[in-house]
Design a protein around this ligand. Structure first.
Ligand SMILES: Nc1ncnc2c1ncn2[C@@H]1O[C@H](COP(=O)(O)OP(=O)(O)OP(=O)(O)O)[C@@H](O)[C@H]1O
Ligand SMILES: [Mg+2]
Length: 364
């Protein structure tokens, strides 16, 4: 186990692509940390910098107390698992797992013990004599994990390790990696662009966009208190609805949209500092309820374009004059049908307000 610290890390590739900039992050010893963000935002670059596979353009990386800028990869005590786990095809499962240890001249009996211990943990004891091509995708992935575990590293780096697996296997492996972490308590940095993995696996999540950290927080902090519009829309499925509204204080504090008016509970000092202005209102699909258009306590009425029912919950797509809106609900009002109007009630303690230009959250 080791803590990892990235201080003011910059990476520009030789072709002048700025992959990450001003990256500051303290990863705790034993933490399960997730890096998430859209394709090309710099996630793999961060992992490769920690592993020493890429050189820093600027900044410092510490593993434990050691500054590792000039430490070669094999001396960093790190094991990495990639999306394409590339097992050696001509070697058995046992040999695949033992190979790295043999290279490091670990005594033979130790190697046997470590391989069996890891294989036992991953339930692949029966497969030790097989070749990779005789294994299913999930079994191959477990061998790749085993190959990392036997190294007993201070840090595991995972780069989208489950993205090649089908949905059901992904759920199983997700649970297995969580269980492994609970058992081994090794620091893990885990890259994904799957937000379900991000929300369910990590102690903390780092959301990245275009090489910059957008927010660092626990899954619930990120979900409930997104720091900007990007984070709000990135985490959550379907994404948060965004509607242009105007804040007014005259005659009373309100949010105005052509189709609705919402009361604002914010303090008058905050409102004064904000002033009347246009902002973006963010509201998650699960933070609204639908009701008969004639109900007294609805905020807006919009026509239904599409209903997708999944049994336990339904997605209801609505058409606005200047865009779309989606609601995720458990109970469907009797009057709900495609083509007809439905009433929408916003959960008023779940509104997010984002600055019109910068996208930063406007929090009191
Ligand atoms: N070896 C390289 N040479 C030049 N540019 C690179 C190199 N590797 C990555 N890049 C660029 O750096 C940026 C960040 O790439 P990186 O691989 O870190 O993204 P990522 O977040 O891992 O994306 P993905 O989710 O697609 O794997 C991208 O613009 C990419 O094109
Ligand atoms: Mg990548």
């Amino acid at each position: 186990m080791a803590a990892i610290r990235l201080k003011n890390v910059h990476k520009t590739y030789p072709n002048n692509v700025l992959a990450v900039s001003s990256f500051n992050l303290d990863i705790n010893e034993g933490e399960f940390l997730i890096l998430v963000g859209p394709s090309g935002c710099g996630k793999s670059t961060i992992l490769r910098l920690i592993a020493g596979l890429e050189e820093l353009t600027d900044g410092m990386i510490y593993i434990g107390d050691q500054l590792v800028n000039d430490v070669v990869p094999k001396d960093r005590n790190i094991a990495m698992v990639f999306q394409n786990y590339a097992l050696y095809p001509h070697m058995s499962v046992y040999q695949n797992m033992a190979f790295g240890l043999e290279m490091r001249k670990v005594p033979k009996t130790d190697i046997g013990d470590r391989v069996h211990e890891a294989a036992d943990m991953l339930q692949i004891i029966d497969l030790l004599d097989r070749k990779p091509k005789e294994l299913s995708g999930g079994q191959q992935q477990r061998v790749a994990l085993g190959r990392a575990i036997v190294q007993k590293p201070a840090v595991f780096l995972f780069d989208e390790p489950l993205s090649n697996l089908d949905a059901k296997l992904r759920v199983q492996m997700r649970a297995q990696i969580k269980t492994l972490h609970a058992l081994l308590k090794t620091t893990i940095v885990y890259v994904t662009h799957d937000q379900v993995e991000a929300m369910t696996m990590g102690d903390r999540i780092v959301i990245m966009h275009e090489g910059l950290i957008q927010q660092i927080g626990t899954p619930l902090e990120i979900y409930h208190q997104p720091r900007n519009r990007f984070v709000g829309e990135f985490i959550g499925s379907p994404p948060m609805n965004i509607l242009p509204v105007t804040i007014t204080t005259d005659p009373k504090p309100e949010l105005r949209h052509p189709d609705f008016v919402l009361p604002l509970a914010q303090t008058s000092a905050w409102l004064e500092s904000i002033g009347s202005r246009q902002v973006n209102l963010g509201i998650r699909p699960e933070d609204v309820t639908l009701a008969d258009p004639h109900s007294a306590d609805i905020h807006a009425t919009w026509p239904v374009v599409l209903i997708e029912s999944m049994g336990h919950e339904s997605l209801v797509y609505l058409k606005l004059a200047d865009g779309d809106f989606v609601a995720k609900v458990n109970d469907l009002p009797g009057s709900l049908k495609e083509g007809a109007d439905i009433g929408v009630r916003f959960q008023l303690d779940r509104l997010h307000l984002f600055h019109w230009e910068s996208g930063e959250v406007l929090a009191p």
